[in-house]
Write a protein of this length. Structure first.
Ligand SMILES: C[S@@+](CC[C@H](N)C(=O)[O-])C[C@H]1O[C@@H](n2cnc3c(N)ncnc32)[C@H](O)[C@@H]1O
Ligand code: SF4
Ligand code: SF4
Length: 302
């Protein structure tokens, strides 16, 4: 299952791209801008502040998951199946279903339609998410179709996957971006819910296989921008033989509103490091002859 297909994307790799967002992720990064990607199932986003209290959703819901309480709808998520029947009924646009169960043939048709733009711009398709490698069956069928159609492929991954399971898929993918959120395992567990051992192991194994990868570090002030993390990343990168570069991503709050729509808590005190601190980190990495750059929210590079 996907949760979004973004055409004409200019920021997820070279040229004009189509980005496929895979639904489902084994991590729970505190700052994640795509919380609607976490569950592998279709889900309802419900924006209560837009609700007029008309009750149309109560009528439409076959599960009895919606009720009107104090003039506004209340959603019982333990009953909601994400079927989406209430979405069309809601004239206040307070409801949206996330989850696209598209046949692979339709996805490939869409990509082939844009192939002319990929060719003229050096672009292609980018697999993002969520975690694309958490759905190896779907990803494998798409990469196979893209390889036949000659469509260049890139991936944005958390690095948290079983490399032996996705070896053949990786062989088809031209450009690899792997995140490393924190080099300290205990901190990584606290911030993302999982150990970083598999991720670091995969980065080292990909390098040993001769794969050129770009390492991405999301920088959240007070969580991932500490000197020991930056030093750990420098140490790791200096050992890699085929590193294409390091991209520092400053935290942005663009996903904050979606947490409320999913009834998930969000820490709105999170912030990006100051621009001068970002520059200092980049210079520190460059002092170690690492090709580091700062990629802004709109993909602009410094
Ligand atoms: C949404 S993730 C999807 C791919 C994969 N799950 C991962 O984490 O690499 C795509 C990129 O967005 C970054 N990202 C996620 N939330 C962010 C935020 N609030 N601010 C800045 N970058 C963020 C991630 O670090 C990752 O590099
Ligand atoms: S998505 Fe389906 S189950 Fe959930 S509230 Fe709407 S109609 Fe009911
Ligand atoms: S790994 Fe990526 S998609 Fe998953 S929670 Fe972290 S930032 Fe979000």
């Amino acid at each position: 299952m996907l949760f979004n297909v973004q055409r004409w994307s200019l920021h997820d790799g070279p040229g004009i791209r189509t980005t496929l967002f895979f639904k489902g992720c084994p991590l729970r990064c505190r700052w994640c801008s795509n919380p609607e990607s976490w569950s592998f199932d279709s889900q309802l986003l419900f924006f209560r502040q837009r609700c007029s209290g008309c009750g149309a959703c109560v009528e439409a819901c076959p599960q009895g998951a919606s009720q009107i309480v104090d003039g506004r709808a209340v959603l019982d998520r333990s009953r909601c199946t994400g079927c989406g029947q209430c979405v069309a009924a809601c004239s206040s646009t307070a409801r949206e279903v996330v989850g696209l169960d598209l046949p692979v043939a339709d996805i490939l048709r869409l990509l082939r339609r844009d192939a002319v733009f990929y060719r003229s711009s050096g672009g292609g398709v980018t697999f993002s998410g969520g975690e694309p490698f958490a759905q190896p069956g779907l990803l494998g069928q798409i990469t196979e179709g893209c390889a036949v159609a000659g469509i260049p492929m890139a991936v944005e991954t958390s690095g948290f996957f079983d490399l032996d399971d996705v070896h053949a898929i990786l062989d088809e993918i031209d450009t690899i971006h792997v995140d490393l959120k924190h080099t300290d395992d205990a901190v990584h567990r606290r911030l993302t819910g999982v150990s970083n051992r598999l991720i670091i192991d995969n980065i080292n194994r990909l390098d040993t296989m001769g794969r050129r990868l770009t390492l991405r570090i999301p920088l959240v002030h007070g969580l991932t921008d500490d000197a020991s993390n930056i030093d750990g990343i420098i140490r790791l990168c200096r050992r890699l033989q085929h590193l294409a570069g390091i991209e520092l991503l400053a935290y942005h709050p663009l996903g904050a509103g979606k947490y409320a729509g999913l009834d998930l808590p969000y820490d709105s005190s999170q912030a990006a490091p100051a621009p001068e601190a970002m520059q200092r980190m980049i210079h520190r990495m460059r002092d170690h002859h690492l090709n580091a750059s700062w990629v802004g929210d709109l993909g602009e590079r410094q």
